[in-house]
Design a protein around this ligand. Structure first.
Ligand SMILES: *Cc1c(COP(=O)(O)O)cnc(C)c1O
Length: 383
């Protein structure tokens, strides 16, 4: 297999999550699948093709390089939206290929119009409004300028949508701020409409807003984390549960990260394992050497902390996680053999290692942990 570990992504789990999302938003609202960050670590090429098979026809990415990867790997055409970074030379590529993109400042609008004119093709833009996130977007002060530019450049620019992004809809601590953002959005929108600009679409919701603020669905939702089977926060999850009588999580995780036992070793009581002296064997032990380490995204902070699954048994990482290998205790796993499957993340038998537990142990957010899974670990689609 050439690689020391691999990541499986599940088709049926994705279909389940897409169905869940579609059920939440209803038939009138479009779903844009957010595949930035290498599809939250799932592998943009494999994930997006799979999502397309599951009926997704709209994708959002952060930057032009991600849009290019998407464009090159999708078997069928789909709408692609760049929400963040495009460099000037890439604008030409984007417009030429009907890639849509956020416009959040006057310079960019001018430049896009200029490139579009040169190509004889309209730039398809989503005008982003600054409603309180204080990141990107037109605010009260710059919106008049945007609307003047839209007038001047209407032959070169097509206003597809007006949009915004919420600052932390996954936490109720931000409730007032989100409501204020919604109000600001309406005010700015009115200002634009009054100056004669009516877009086809409005969109604002990410996963957390979709769940907790249904009024934000508008014409399209941009969903990242939930399509991968994760809740944006424990709060969003418990809020949803309290409103629906559910027995189990309606979402399913797509991802399993697996490796194999590279070698087995028996050692006596009282020996130190690996670098340094952080682990001393309390008894005679059998250790399995796993060919994965921090160089492969298995955090060094999981030294003497992490858990893996072998033969359906949850067992412990012992000693320091090295760059390319780590050791786990298999003393109490009967019949364990070299080449046995090791689950680093995901399930095996009745047990599972959740990203949440993994993330907590390595003190990372699940968004962060997923996107940090190295892109050169192979991704395999399974049923
Ligand atoms: C990442 C992102 C989303 C998706 O957020 P999730 O919480 O993963 O659903 C939506 N919109 C924008 C602008 C984003 O950057």
């Amino acid at each position: 297999m050439f690689h020391s570990s691999y990541i499986e992504i599940s088709r049926t789990a994705l279909q389940n999550n897409i169905n869940f999302i579609r059920n939440e938003i209803g038939p009138q609202v479009r779903l844009s699948s957010v595949v930035k960050g290498n599809a939250y670590g799932h592998g943009i090429e494999q994930f997006a093709s799979l999502a397309q098979e599951c009926g997704v026809d709209h994708f959002s990415v952060f930057s032009a390089d991600e849009a290019l990867r998407l464009h090159q790997s999708l078997p069928r055409p789909a709408t692609t939206l760049i929400m963040g970074y495009i460099d000037d030379p890439e604008l030409e590529w984007a417009i030429q290929n009907d890639i849509e993109f956020f416009i959040f400042e006057p310079d960019r609008l001018t430049k896009a119009a200029e490139v579009a004119r040169k190509l004889g093709k309209k730039a398809k833009i989503h005008l982003e409004l600054e409603t309180g996130m204080n990141r990107t977007g037109f605010d009260k002060a710059t919106l008049a300028q945007a609307s003047k530019l839209l007038d001047d450049k209407k032959e070169d620019v097509e206003l597809i949508a007006i949009c915004t992004h919420f600052a932390g809809a996954e936490s109720f601590q931000n409730h007032e701020r989100i409501l204020t953002q919604q109000q600001n959005f309406q005010d700015l929108l009115k200002q634009l409409i009054n100056s004669g600009h009516t877009p086809n679409q409005l969109h604002s919701a990410c996963s957390a807003a979709m769940i907790s603020y249904p009024e934000t669905h508008m014409d399209m939702v941009r969903i990242g984390i939930m399509q991968y089977g994760f809740w944006p926060s424990p709060e969003t999850y418990s809020h949803y549960f309290s409103q629906h009588s559910l027995k189990k999580d309606p979402l399913r995780r797509l991802i399993n990260w697996k490796s194999r036992i590279m070698s087995l070793k028996s050692i006596s009581k009282g020996e130190y394992v690996g670098y340094g002296s952080s682990y001393q064997t309390p008894r005679d032990m059998t250790l399995a050497i796993i060919p994965v380490g921090y160089g492969w995204g298995y955090s060094r902070s999981l030294s003497n902390q992490g858990k893996v699954l072998i033969k359906g048994v949850r067992t412990a990482v012992v000693g320091i996680v090295n760059m390319n290998v780590m050791m786990v205790d298999v003393t109490d796993i009967p019949g364990v053999q070299k080449d046995d499957e090791v689950v680093l993340l995901g399930s095996q038998g009745d047990e599972s290692i959740t990203v949440a537990s993994f993330a907590e142990l390595s003190t990372q957010l699940n968004y962060e942990l997923l996107t940090r899974l190295p892109s050169n670990i192979p991704r395999l689609v399974i049923d």
